[in-house]
Design a protein around this ligand. Structure first.
Ligand SMILES: NC(=O)c1ccc[n+]([C@@H]2O[C@H](COP(=O)([O-])OP(=O)(O)OC[C@H]3O[C@@H](n4cnc5c(N)ncnc54)[C@H](O)[C@@H]3O)[C@@H](O)[C@H]2O)c1
Length: 270
């Protein structure tokens, strides 16, 4: 009976950067809703294997595929391998991302380019492959009302400027327009494209913001809801957004941030 209530039953999903942090939690959440999931990773195959094992242990279906999302040939090979194993794709979660921080006067072109290549170009390359398959296959009504769903992992920094991280903020601002433009272009084809913009989620990417009590206290001044987010907060949102329960939502960014984008500094009149 429980099987029937799973929101993503028999759908195939690819989650980039899914061997750690938010990507891992999204993969587990989608698998819990019945999706067959591809765990993409670029390094640490043992962590990817651990996520696959965890999902299989809970009765799900998962495989791990290596690809650097910023490399066109590797992305295309990964999608081909996915189609050989799962037949098609219904859901893409563009999650892979990184930071390479420095003040702008010390930022090298290589550090700028790496972040743009992985965070923004990587999302374009993966979206393009998924879209080709969504358009080729069209709607399969038994699985979903939509021909395909893309979720872009953005950040509160698609709207909050971030000094010392201009490459990262620019990549996330770029994701906002990439997502909205794809959503506008593809809505008539019944392809939904949305973003999730996490606030501060406790993962390795921002370890220095929470690993000492002082750092955490300072971080909490930016979060009205007064707790750091957990990867599962994003996983739950992604599973719902990918499902037909969210069928009328496209071109939207959902902020999952405990109120970080509510300008908390103004709560005492600024
Ligand atoms: N943690 C936060 O507070 C937070 C906030 C806003 C947005 N985000 C976004 O969430 C996403 C996941 O970050 P996280 O917090 O889980 O950190 P994380 O470092 O645990 O995860 C990032 C993942 O991306 C992978 N990755 C990096 N370069 C890659 C490449 N070239 N090809 C494929 N995979 C690659 C990493 O191996 C890793 O698995 C990122 O896009 C990040 O910008 C995180």
């Amino acid at each position: 009976m429980r099987e029937l209530t799973k929101k993503l039953k028999e759908q195939s999903a690819l989650i980039t950067g899914a061997n750690t942090g938010i990507g891992k939690a999204v993969a587990v959440a989608l698998a819990n809703e019945g999706a067959n999931v591809v765990i993409n990773y670029v390094s640490h195959p043992e962590l990817a294997a651990g996520v696959v094992d965890e999902i299989k242990f809970n009765g799900g279906v998962a495989i791990a595929l290596q690809a650097d999302v910023s490399k066109e040939d590797q992305v295309q090979a990964m999608f081909q391998e996915m189609y050989e194993q799962f037949g098609t794709i219904d859901i893409l979660v563009n999650n892979a991302g990184l930071q390479k921080d420095s003040s702008i006067e010390h930022m090298t072109l290589a550090d700028w380019q790496l972040v743009i290549d992985v965070n923004l170009t990587g999302q374009f390359l993966c979206a393009r492959e998924a879209i080709k398959e969504f358009l080729r296959r069209g709607i399969v009504a038994e699985r979903s009302c939509a021909a395909g769903k893309i979720i872009c992992m953005s950040s509160v920094h698609e709207v909050i400027p971030w000094g010392g991280h201009v490459n990262y903020a620019a990549s996330k601002g770029g994701i906002m327009q990439l997502m909205k433009s794809m959503a506008q272009e593809l809505a008539p084809k019944k392809i939904r494209v949305n973003s999730i913009a996490p606030g501060a989620i406790q993962t390795q990417i921002n370890r220095n913001a929470w690993e000492t009590p002082q750092a955490l206290q300072s971080l909490l001044t930016l979060i009205p809801y007064n707790r750091i987010g957990q990867p599962e907060d994003i996983g739950k949102c992604a599973a719902w957004l990918a499902s037909d329960e969210a069928d009328y939502i496209t071109g939207a960014t959902i902020f999952v941030d405990g109120g970080m984008t509510l300008y908390p500094g103004f709560s005492t009149n600024g």
